[in-house]
Design a protein around this ligand. Sequence first.
Ligand code: PHE
Length: 451
Amino acid sequence: MNRASWGSRLGFILAVAGSAVGLANIWRFPYLVGYHGGAAFIILYFICLALIGFPTFIAEILIGRSTQTNPDSAFRQLGGKNWSWGGKLTIITGFIVASFYSAVAGWILGYFIEAALGNLHLFTEPNQVVDYHSTLMNTPWWGVLFHFIFMMGATSVLFFGVRNGIERGNKIMMPLLFVILFLLVAQGLSMPNAKEGLTFLFYPDWSVITPATFLIALSQAFFTLSVGQGTLVTYGSYLKKEENLITSAFPIIIIDTLVSILASVAVFTIVFSTGLKPDAGPDLLFHTLPWAFSQITGGYFLAFLFFLLVTIAALTSEISALEPLIAWLVDEKGWKRTKAVLVAGLGAFCLGIPSALSFNLLKEHTWQDQTFFDWTHWLASDLLIPIGGILAVILVGWKWGADKAINHLMQGASVTFKRSPWLKIYFKFCFKYCSPFLILLVFLSIIGLFR
Ligand code: PHE
């Protein structure tokens, strides 16, 4: 049987951009910027992108494109038998992410329904917004139901395969996402105190930056680019070998970054124009924004559009977190795609249930003060993703060999490399030294070595 492949370069770009653009861009990035000194954080984030995020992103897609197979067998082909464990680990990471990501995205979908029903723009006091949110979060079936519906949405796209499902789905959802985002930015910019929001966003406050901020910027770069969890290797494996990887991947980084910044512009112009504070953390989405929507004309449509935007962004990401396991079941176990999709989706749904219940029924069931959700989130984001990322760059930079890998990277991209000869030095330096070293540093600090 012929292996699946993308129908076009644009299809690949939108699918990977769909994976990258998610909750981390529209929810996490704005509140991180709000906490950590506005533009100072953004500059730090750019440095992380250039030195670690982008090279690791390219390394993973390259592994996939060169081997044309799932992460398990891709790692094995390039590194030998033992490396297959590394590939398997990234697939497991993607699966774990898919489980709690869907639980969280379920709340967003639930909020979208609330917005559509007209329940999110009529608050007359800030306390009401908080109460409304905690009532929903304290309703166990609410979270699980929307976690289920969200997972059904993701698996129904995956059912149709790589070209007719993932590619076509992203080709519809991503342009829609851009249109909604531009509408929200335009609305935000036209508001009375928009300038204050922009000043906050683009004025760097270096006084709040600490070494820990660097770690946060790095983990943000990794999570938002979908690095370290088999997704990029798998999506890269559907790419034809003659495709120019540099000119295909670079626009994705730009899109992902632009969405993060535009989402922040929309959020902060609206937040400042209603006299609210930008540093509400994760509650920015569920407390601050619905209160802001309640105070502006057109609040109904803004709430509706905003939560639709976040739902779409999350859906295209969820799809990509499940695909590595599906590809593995199809490639390695010879399963039919429909069966693989069903098992992967059902499995991630079941594993996600305790995450969804961690905010109500299982709130008190903690280990070392952390709920099931806290643990799975920590395990995947702080531990397994950096491990997956470092394995990919070490595989490319050392085991496979940076020079050999760069030769493969040049396939389809010789013109780009001729035009910018420094690219060779940049990638060699990053694959071999800079990225592995910096990821290791981050990793050691996460496990508490520098505390
Ligand atoms: N990149 C996604 C985001 O920014 C998250 C994601 C994780 C997607 C893992 C796919 C796989 O929200």
